[in-house]
Design a binder for this molecule. Structure first.
Ligand SMILES: Nc1ncnc2c1ncn2[C@@H]1O[C@H](COP(=O)(O)OP(=O)(O)O)[C@@H](O)[C@H]1O
Ligand SMILES: [Mg+2]
Length: 467
């Protein structure tokens, strides 16, 4: 049995579905047919028995009633009555005490049966004689002038003919069911298998042609449609990720190439003739130093960006008192930029806690403060605010600098995106700060955006869910 199951599991799904569905259909029909045949057979046989008993009882009752000493009935009349009481394929006989036939009437009953040819017990009995089946019933008649038996024998040929026809019809239907169930099994399994086959082919195509290929979506509103939809969405994300990585490598190498090209240019210059000119030497060394600093910063920020995508360690995200951290950092930052008027206003009372690593929170605030300083003009004010909204703590960093146009509000969070490349470069920017901040904020299920309401300068708003 186990081996059979194993074999069955190894055949193609299409045939497994066909076999199992047709086998189940066939089994159901066969069981139903057997039950139907049994019930019909017993019911028809009961009908035959009842008919025989009924005739016997009627004859016996009649005989009992008429065969009294004062009523001298002619044998002919009795025969006529018995003929009327008789059914088709049936013989009625009256036997005397010595088993001699007194009267015998028959209706389409060919067989000449002698009483010794069948059982002689009271009640009803089925017996076989020369290839035919019969029902026989006896009843004793006891009147003052006559003692004997009434006997009814019924030939079951027509009953058996009927049963044979029923059996033939059942077998015919069963054979038709086998055929229908196999054909429908094939059709049903094909319906289920075809989408899988198509999906298989599409996946092979993706393997050969790459992630830009999509699988065909199922036309029907069923599970396959859902599956192909999810599969395509997944492909889209994989493609996006791959595209993003490719873009990132291109952008990063481009960013790295610029300072290296500048250094290379200056070194060639020095190599050719500049090293003997103290002024050129001085200037070139200065430029090289700046570019090397830029490279260092870029590498540090690239590492920060990669780290910001790494999974955070559980131990790192202890709840911290957000206002305290922000106030302290703002204070240290203003020491570094004495020309700026940096205020810190916290509207959060009590010990409001946010689940975030302290280092990450400081990193985010530093990126925003650094930008505020870099993109300010004459109005050198920066306001830091911490407020509480319904379910979140809001950190706001506002400056009165060059501002951000509506079109750029989303883009500035992309890696290496800078509104004014030259200005950012002059200020030592890499275009990675906000991308790092966004990733960090997202990690703690927070949001970061630029306010739309500003007329002067820009205002960055970071929201963290309260635990
Ligand atoms: N406070 C700000 N005011 C005006 N523009 C800003 C501000 N902060 C960021 N930006 C714009 O967003 C860009 C991306 O910022 P960021 O990712 O920090 O890169 P970087 O500062 O290194 O250029 C900046 O180049 C600048 O154009
Ligand atoms: Mg920046």
């Amino acid at each position: 049995m186990n081996r059979f199951l194993q074999l069955f599991q190894n055949i193609p799904l299409k045939w497994r579905l066909t076999f199992s569905s047709s086998f189940l259909m066939f089994l159901t029909f066969i069981l139903f047919s057997i039950a139907q045949y049994e019930i019909l057979y017993n019911w028809l046989l009961d009908q035959e028995r009842e008919a025989v008993i009924k005739t016997r009882d009627e004859v016996a009752a009649y005989y009992q009633q008429v065969n009294r000493p004062n009523q001298d009935i002619h044998i002919r009349d009795l025969e006529n009555v018995l003929l009327k009481l008789n059914d088709k394929h049936q013989v009625i006989r009256i036997l005397d005490r010595n088993h001699n036939i007194v009267i015998s009437v028959s209706n389409e009953f060919q067989q000449q049966l002698a009483p010794a040819d069948y059982p002689t017990i009271e009640g009803i009995e089925q017996f076989r004689y020369k290839g035919d089946d019969y029902l026989v019933t006896w009843e004793h008649v006891n009147t003052r002038s006559f003692q004997g038996t009434v006997e009814v024998v019924r030939n079951l040929t027509s009953f058996q003919d009927l049963i044979h026809i029923i059996l033939l019809i059942t077998i015919g239907f069963a054979s038709a069911t086998i055929l229908i169930s196999i054909v429908s099994g094939i059709i049903i399994s094909r319906q289920y298998i075809n989408p899988i086959k198509e999906l298989n082919e599409d996946i092979m195509k993706i393997k050969e042609e790459g992630f830009q290929t999509r699988v065909k979506e199922s036309k029907h509103e069923d599970e396959f449609k859902e599956l192909t939809k999810i599969f395509n969405e997944m492909l889209e994300r994989v493609e996006d990720t791959l595209q993003g990585q490719k873009q990132f490598v291109e952008d990063a190498s481009h960013e790295l190439r610029t300072p290296i090209a500048v250094i290379d240019g200056h070194l060639s210059l020095l190599n050719r003739w500049g090293k003997h000119d103290p002024e050129v030497l001085e200037e070139s060394l200065e430029v090289c130093k700046t570019e090397i600093n830029r490279l260092q910063k870029l590498i540090v920020e690239l590492l920060d960006l990669t780290r910001s995508e790494a999974v955070i360690e559980e131990i790192d995200i202890k709840p911290i008192e957000i206002t305290e951290v922000i106030e302290q950092l703002t204070k240290s930052f203003s020491v570094l930029h004495p020309e700026f008027e940096i205020t810190c206003h916290t509207e959060v009372f009590g010990h409001q806690q946010v689940q975030i690593s302290k280092h990450h929170l400081e990193q985010i605030l530093l990126i925003l403060l650094d930008n505020a300083v870099k993109y300010s003009l004459e109005d050198q004010r920066i306001n830091v605010k911490v407020l509480k909204e319904e379910n979140s703590i809001v950190l706001e960093v506002k400056d009165y600098g060059i501002g951000i146009s509506h079109l750029e509000k989303e883009k500035i969070f992309h890696r290496f995106y800078r509104v004014d490349k030259a200005r950012s470069r002059d200020m030592g920017g890499t275009g990675l700060g906000l991308a790092i901040a966004k990733r960090l904020v997202k990690k703690y299920k927070g949001t970061i955006s630029v306010s739309n309401k500003e007329e002067v300068g820009s205002s960055f708003i970071v929201k963290f869910p309260i635990i």
